[in-house]
Design a protein. Sequence first.
Length: 353
Amino acid sequence: MKTSLHRYNNLDGIRTMAAIGVICMHVNANIGFEIIEGGIADYLINSVIAKMYLFVQLFFILSGFSMCCGYYDKIRNNQISLNKFYSRRYEKILPFFTLLVLIDVAIGFLPGGGFSLSSIAEAFADLTLMFGFYTTTGMSVIGVGWTLGVIFGFYILFPFFIYLIWDRKRAWFSLLITSMIYFLCVEYFQSGGSLTFRWMCYFVLGGLIYLYKDDISKFFEEKTWLGIVFVIVGFVVMFVVPFSGTESIATVIGLLKNMIGFSLMLSGALCAENKLWSNPVSRFISKVSLEIYLAHMVVFRAIEKSGLTTIAGENVVSYIISCVGTIGGALIFATVYQYIERIVKQRLIAKNA
């Protein structure tokens, strides 16, 4: 069920599903043509995959849960150096993200690249990793990076986050308050979606599930099939079940729907380890899930420039080729980067030894 390091290996499959789902959604949104052929392919692409931007919220929930797995007890018991904690966050994220930002800015200098002075401002904002606190508009330099800004903002606030979920009672109260903050941000304050605290309710939800992790795992003990059912039902709730209402009601229903659906998925993944969610492929993709998420639009733009997005015409086949190419290219990019980074670190260690 979990290793001695308390690593829930089934989460590899959930991360893989989320990463691939977001990529397929972005390809569909940016491919330049609409698939209206009817049938199951039309439904899957335009009704199911089109909603998979919601997987970004699942990344927030997973971040809350995973960070608690590593640091909840350490911070509560004053057993961690904040200097090491924050340094590790920068060391893990900044080098790869800096490379992507530089590539994106460099592309802007090419003919038709669309370079502007705002690109420099956005590149600077990106490289601070703090833009989840002060940008309220979408970013054009690594546009998907807004998610990283939200997550890094969560890292910065993590000690305060532990205070919010100090025990189960406070965590439920914090979930209520942060959900109200989300509603106010959307309906009244018109705060940009890239601001960290707007999304704090999802991180708190991940922390709340962490506090119940042992009870959930015990519930699914020897019932792997039931955990799989929970994940499937959660997926259906998120991407198949429709909902409607006036603007304010839709915001509330949408938030509840997301929380219920993703809670089912994450809870179901805490069942006994199984090959469906934990396997060599899911472990490989999960390991670089953040990198492929950040890099996939850069890869897609290269595929778009090559003409592969319409290689078989404006149809499902070209869409599938574009998705496979984007996923494969992002995986290769992330893997090569990690290999080079590992070699550089080994040489620096040897040099300083």
